[in-house]
Ligand binder design. Structure first.
Ligand code: ADP
Ligand code: MG
Length: 694
């Protein structure tokens, strides 16, 4: 507030809009982009498509139109060869007084077309002899984010820049910002010190130095996050004891040797082995299993459950939807039939009487495996000795919900979370940095990649012909719509309209259709779903309720309407509902003919790749981590100021490796040269929301 050029009103705005409470925080408001003002242009070389340019020249005349708030000011600017128009709608008086005809200026702005003529609206004009001091040596200028509110109160990009300039020139004139990384770290990576870095981020001396300083700040940010994650993981490994599943017994061996429906893939075997190592280590297991759709996670889960049972523990499997939970239940109870194991299903629609009986037998230990939905989380559900909790499609659950599940024992059970949303490595390293990760990177043999075809909505006739042919071969099809009720944008397909339309295209009695959506009563949903599973209906019209887990190997066609409305990872999930048998399957992505280039690009990714990891990397690049499926529910556990997970994967890797090597050498950071790290961690800890990590 007391800084020159700030005052109480701006101070309040900085606080409310940029969360800046003091000088130090102000220094950490960095430009979000830079403009290169080392180049100059001539008027003849620019057109309306040029971005920001700067031109040397002078004003040769002013003309003004209108009066009061309607007043506009025009000027003709000459670069001594050609002229261009300048326009101001605001602050006309001030501009007219400040700018002088015939004086040499540097004009800076973005050209546009007005009445067919090139012009600059509200350009910057600085006298030539002042421009050097303003830009510094590099000619690279930072641009700061400003909100609408700030702009309204005239707290513009330029004012922010001036405030920061004042901090450096007055408050920090003879002061060196204290270093936040140990000297040996700076040395090893050749990083500039903090003082240099912060000054250069605001007023770059050169492009090269700017890049090195940006690298340093990103590295530092990611380094401390990884330090926190790794230290937490270490602490947990030391303190949280886990049940010891020491033996592989009758259940596992009997199932493995006599009842396994197919040979396990190498990846499935490897992951089961990794789990085995965890559960006999004496530490609580916290493992994430990533495996693309159809990679066979359910079977892995089942084998792990059998290990728990062999050690006289109970196990539970929680799924995000009733459809999925019942499907797991029928599949698993069928496979376990010959072993005489007590398996039950508990969901929101379990009848009162049965529910009471289930809870009783869970608590007295008669039930060995319970499969269910959120219903398992209710306080009334108590276990005799829950040894293993598995969560399928974990990203569908909130963090607090997951935590509730392992709060059900005095000693936390081993935890296995499974996801078919392949989280890119960089994101997994930050989001789940303290979870161990297993990857099922192999599909069961005989699977053919799904053929994916993009069609616009004016060319769907041949798609339906194709569906008829597949149905004639005895196959089934899904048609997915993004919405249930009419959305405001009326051009999007609506499920119910779509269903009616499809009933005409595929009329009874030759064809039978089912429809399921999230707002249907569960009993109806199950009934419709069951008809499709049994093959009584050939086409299932649905919303994304079928996105996760639904398994009908006979289905060979997936049609996704308004595909532009889905995220790439979601499209990949939906597509994974077909191609679950050994026959060729197909996915048609239908978009509006009026598609943007971004839609085109996204559809191209989908038609050219069936690799869930590659797709989710691409999704991360296109949409940014905040939007990525898997982070939406819980949000990111921290905010990144500098680094960008989509682009800075390598810096993240370097920061993580280095953090790990430091902790191996000095786990409690007791060495003198790590003192800065310890102090910084103490300062930074509250910024990190641990609750968002399971
Ligand atoms: P997801 O990983 O998507 O949950 P599922 O566990 O539902 O996949 O398995 C997909 C399909 O593959 C199921 O029909 C399942 O029976 C089958 N499957 C699983 N493991 C194997 C295997 N090792 N060999 C052949 N088929 C398998
Ligand atoms: Mg599954």
């Amino acid at each position: 507030m007391y800084l020159k050029g700030v005052g109480p009103q701006r101070a309040a705005l900085l606080q409310s809009e940029l969360k800046v409470n003091n000088l130090e925080e102000m220094l950490y408001v960095f430009p979000f982009r830079y403009v290169d003002r080392s180049k100059y242009y001539f008027i003849k070389d620019i057109d309306a498509t040029s971005s920001y340019v700067q031109i040397v020249g002078e004003i040769i005349r002013f003309t003004s139109h209108g009066t009061g708030t309607q007043q506009k000011l025009f000027a003709t600017f000459s670069d001594y060869h050609n002229t261009v128009d300048l326009v101001w709608f605001k602050g006309v008086k001030y501009i007219e007084n400040k700018l002088k005809i015939g004086e040499k200026y540097v004009l800076y702005g973005k050209p546009s077309l007005y009445n067919g003529k090139l012009n600059f609206t509200h350009p910057d004009l600085d006298p030539v002899d002042e421009i050097e001091t303003k830009l510094g040596n590099g000619g690279i200028q930072g641009v700061y984010n400003t909100t609408e509110k700030m702009k309204k109160c005239n707290l513009t990009n330029k004012v922010v820049q001036n405030i920061i300039q004042t901090i450096f020139s007055q408050e920090l004139k003879n002061y060196h910002l204290p270093e936040t990384l140990p000297a040996y770290v700076l040395q090893q990576f050749g990083l500039p010190n903090l003082d240099t870095s912060i000054r250069n981020l605001h007023f770059p001396e050169s492009n090269i130095l700017l890049q090195r300083c940006q690298f340093r700040m990103k590295f530092e940010e990611l380094f401390y996050i990884q330090m926190q994650i790794l230290r937490r993981a270490n602490a947990r490994k030391q303190s949280v004891q886990g049940f010891i599943f020491s033996r592989i017994g009758e259940y596992f061996n009997n199932f493995y040797h006599n009842h396994l429906p197919f040979e396990l893939t190498g990846a499935q075997k490897r992951v089961i082995k990794e789990v085995r190592e965890d559960v006999r280590s004496g530490r609580q297991m916290n493992r994430l299993i990533q495996g693309d759709v159809g990679s066979g996670k359910t079977l892995v889960a089942l084998m792990c459950i059998l290990i728990a049972l062999d050690n006289q523990f109970q196990a539970c499997l929680m799924a995000p939807t009733e459809i999925l939970a019942s499907q797991h239940y029928s599949g698993i109870s069928q496979m376990l039939q010959p072993l005489g194991i007590q398996v039950r299903l508990l969901t929101g629609s379990t009848k009162m009487k049965e529910r009471r009986e289930i809870m009783e037998n869970l608590e007295n230990g008669t039930i060995q495996i319970i499969i269910g939905t959120h219903a398992l989380l209710e306080d009334k559900v108590k276990f005799h000795n829950l040894g293993l909790a598995i969560i399928d499609e974990q990203h569908r659950f909130g963090v607090a919900q997951r935590a509730k599940l392992w709060g059900k024992n005095s000693c936390p059970p081993h935890v296995l979370v499974m996801t078919a949303t392949p989280i890119p490595r960089t994101l997994a390293m930050t989001l789940y940095g303290d979870l161990d990760i297993s990857v099922i990177d192999e599909l069961p043999p005989g699977r053919q990649p799904i053929q994916t075809i993009h069609r616009t909505d004016n060319h769907v006739g041949p798609v339906y012909d194709f569906v008829r042919k597949e149905i004639a071969k005895g196959r089934q099809a899904y048609v997915v719509y993004p919405l249930i009720k009419e959305s405001e944008a009326a051009d999007f397909q609506n499920l119910e309209d779509g269903f009616k339309k499809l009933q005409q295209i595929f009329p009874e009695p030759q064809y039978h259709l089912s429809m399921v959506h999230g707002q249907m009563p569960n009993a109806d949903k199950d009934y419709e779903m069951q008809k499709f599973v049994n093959g009584q209906t050939q086409i299932l019209v649905a919303t994304t309720v079928i996105e996760v887990g639904v398994n009908v190997p006979n289905a060979s066609v997936m049609i996704i309407e308004s595909a532009e409305r889905f995220g790439l990872s979601q499209l990949h999930q939906l597509r994974g509902r077909v191609g679950r048998g050994s026959d060729q399957s197909y996915c048609f992505l239908i978009t509006s003919v009026k598609q943007t280039s971004a839609t085109r690009e996204r559809m191209d990714i989908m038609t050219s790749s069936t690799d869930g990891f590659a797709i989710s990397e691409a999704d991360l690049k296109l949409r940014g981590p905040g939007d990525l499926e898997g982070t939406q529910q819980s949000g990111m556990p921290f905010e990144l100021k500098m680094a960008d997970l989509a682009r800075d994967g390598q810096i993240l890797q370097a920061a993580r490796d280095f953090a790990r090597s430091i902790l191996e050498d000095d786990p409690n950071l007791e060495k003198e040269n790590n003192r800065i790290i310890k102090d910084q961690l103490a300062l930074r800890a509250p910024a990190f929301n641990w609750g968002a990590i399971s």
